[in-house]
Write a protein that binds this ligand. Structure first.
Ligand SMILES: Nc1nc2c(ncn2[C@@H]2O[C@H](COP(=O)(O)OP(=O)(O)O)[C@@H](O)[C@H]2O)c(=O)[nH]1
Ligand SMILES: [Mg+2]
Length: 221
């Protein structure tokens, strides 16, 4: 087998692992509005963060293949709760409150509740935060503030570009490159920037595969 064949085989196995994981049904566990409501769990966890309206709920729905699992809404900035979904007893998905919706910039991150911060800093099973960024806008200062917080708390995170169906390929390539360059100086950032469209399904299989690598190999009791 050539190196190239082996690479193709590995990539296929990787994608297959993602398909298998997300073929499991995702179950809503609970929505926490207080720190003591966060569920006790031994499952590895992945959290979805990003500005309000960036497409967090849509991405959770696209990944799990359920249109209405995480409610995606036209009225952003309202949900100040952490929503937990159990995926086949192998991975917990957590939809975090959006930030950056307040009109006054000073309140941008303050809106991101103490609840979210205490969750991020005190959750040992949290394997990665997916930091969603609108592909049309790139990184904003509110995102950078969250990135610095995650760097300081040594919480591993990965930037995922959303709504890539809304821009042309050259512009998408540029934003992907610009973001990747900026990530180099962030200690806790994963170097790979994924581009996704929940609407068109682009990048969803690859994201499933990369999440499968973080999941428990077997369902946990
Ligand atoms: N065109 C397009 N629109 C999207 C995509 N993802 C989300 N949206 C839209 O963006 C808006 C906000 O999405 P939502 O998932 O509620 O964002 P959240 O506030 O981050 O949870 C909704 O109107 C979605 O339909 C996408 O991949 N492509
Ligand atoms: Mg939402």
């Amino acid at each position: 087998m050539t190196d190239e064949d082996q690479g193709v085989e590995e990539e296929q196995a990787h994608l297959e692992a993602g398909r298998l994981l997300f073929a499991q049904e995702a179950h809503f566990i609970l929505a926490a509005v207080k720190a003591d409501q966060v569920p006790e769990s031994a499952l590895p966890e992945v959290a979805f963060a990003g500005r309000s309206n960036v497409g967090k709920s849509s991405l959770v729905n696209a990944l799990t293949g359920r249109r209405t699992l995480a409610r995606s809404s036209g009225t952003p900035g309202r949900t100040q709760q952490l929503i937990f979904f159990n995926l086949g007893q192998r991975l917990m998905l957590v939809d975090l409150p959006g930030y950056g919706y307040a009109k006054a910039p000073k309140q941008d991150v303050e809106r991101w509740t103490r609840l979210t911060r205490s969750y991020l800093k005190g959750r040992p099973q949290l394997r990665r935060v997916l930091l969603l960024v609108d592909s049309r806008h790139g990184l904003k200062d509110v995102d950078r503030r969250i990135m610095r917080e995650l760097d300081e708390a040594a919480v591993s995170y990965q930037v995922v570009l959303t709504k890539c169906d809304k821009i042309k390929q050259p512009a998408l390539d540029r934003v992907q490159e610009t973001v990747a360059k900026e990530l180099v100086s962030h200690g806790a950032a994963h170097p790979e920037v994924l581009a996704t469209s929940s609407e068109k399904g682009e990048g969803i299989e690859r994201l499933r595969a990369s999440l499968a690598a973080l999941a428990s190999p077997e369902p946990l009791p």
